[in-house]
Design a protein around this ligand. Structure first.
Ligand code: HMG
Ligand code: MG
Length: 308
């Protein structure tokens, strides 16, 4: 398969990236981060979650965040909705897309959303129907598609089964998520080969965490299977509250560097994302986890010093 000419990058830093932060990140910081990412050209930003604040306290200010951002025309602002209550919040906040999230691992489903895979799909039926009735896009996210912190290996057939159920719910897009960042390249290729048999390739995305440093290799493997949508998190922010030890998503800066190096268009200004990565890393007091981001900053600083 030849590589695509363009890909869509879904920026998940403001949600997946920040949800695991122990200290509450002020709403104004979340808003500024989203605004900077929109200004950089990211056309799909996962901005908030409408989940139980008892389960994920960091996302409790989703309504305020959505009300405070400056919307860039043509940009989709997505939010997570685990149930109808979450959907009502998403609708009131004028979200463009809702995300329902199930797992390919029974054990993870219980830890993350407190029900079985089958129960979660049942719970998503009215959520998807309500969204479709109001013209909102629906994205389905399949967690632990390439490994689970509780059960270990996850059979390909389990992933295909959840994708089929999400497809039956009418999902516009489906994410294949390596929640704990354990996958390797051939495993990724084999999984996408199987999943593309049951759902259109151009509406599947790859969501890779970078725990074992394999995310870029896995993205390249997915590109070779024709995948054209990838999730990434500015400055490599993140982790999952229900997947201990998992590090952040692959850094957006690193994915952009890879894509641009391959001659693949993203529509995103890398230097503005690098600046957004520095902004959020210093705002939350964390080292910037993007290799490309740090390298580009060092280059800019040394160029500035040699001019001085
Ligand atoms: P539960 O405790 O089984 O259900 O939670 P509940 O109905 O008893 O609700 C508990 C409390 O939360 C109640 O409040 C509800 O009213 C309230 P109380 O009566 O005790 O005062 N509540 C809500 N509040 C606000 N918004 C809501 C809402 N729903 C209930 N929507 C539930 C079940 C699904 C709600 C809970 O387990 C939950 O919210 N889980 C979310 C977990 C989560 O957000 N995880 C992280 C996202 S997934 C992820 O990161 C993976 C992904 O990135 C891909 C990847 O990498 O794999 C997508
Ligand atoms: Mg994730």
């Amino acid at each position: 398969m030849t590589l695509p000419e363009a890909v869509k990058i879904v920026e998940v830093g403001p949600r997946d990236g920040l949800q695991n932060e122990k200290e509450f990140v002020p709403t104004a910081i979340k808003i500024e981060l989203i605004n900077r990412l929109g200004a950089a050209g990211l056309r799909n930003i996962e901005a908030a979650s409408f989940v139980s604040p008892k389960w994920v306290p960091q996302m409790a200010d989703g309504a305020e965040v959505m009300a405070g951002i400056e919307r860039v025309a043509g940009t989709l602002y997505s939010v997570l909705t685990p149930n109808l209550r979450g959907f009502e919040g998403a609708q009131a906040a004028s979200a463009d897309e809702i995300v329902i999230f199930g797992s390919a691992s029974e054990a993870f489903s219980q830890k993350n959303i407190n029900c079985s895979i089958a129960e979660s799909i049942e719970r998503f039926v009215p959520v998807a129907q309500a969204a479709q009735a109001r013209g909102l896009r629906v994205r389905g996210s399949v967690s632990c598609a390439l490994g689970c912190p509780y059960q270990g290996d996850v059979p390909v057939a389990s992933v295909v089964g959840v994708v089929e159920r999400f497809a039956a719910l009418g999902c516009d897009e489906i994410d294949i998520a390596d929640t704990i960042g354990v996958a390797t390249a051939e495993q990724t290729r084999a999984l996408f080969r199987a999943v593309t048999q049951v759902f259109p390739r151009e509406r599947l995305s790859g969501h890779f965490h970078d725990t074992y440093g394999q995310a870029l290799a896995n993205i390249y493997a997915a590109l070779l299977e024709g995948i054209e949508i990838f999730h990434a998190s500015v400055a490599g922010l993140g982790g999952c509250p229900y997947a201990k030890g998992a590090t952040g998503n692959v850094a957006t800066e690193d994915v952009l560097y890879l894509m641009h190096g391959l001659g693949i268009r993203t529509g995103v200004d890398l230097s503005q994302v690098v600046a957004a990565g520095e902004f959020i890393s210093s705002a939350i007091g964390r080292p910037n986890a993007s290799r490309a981001g740090k390298a580009l900053l060092a280059r800019t600083q040394s160029a500035a010093a040699s001019c001085a």
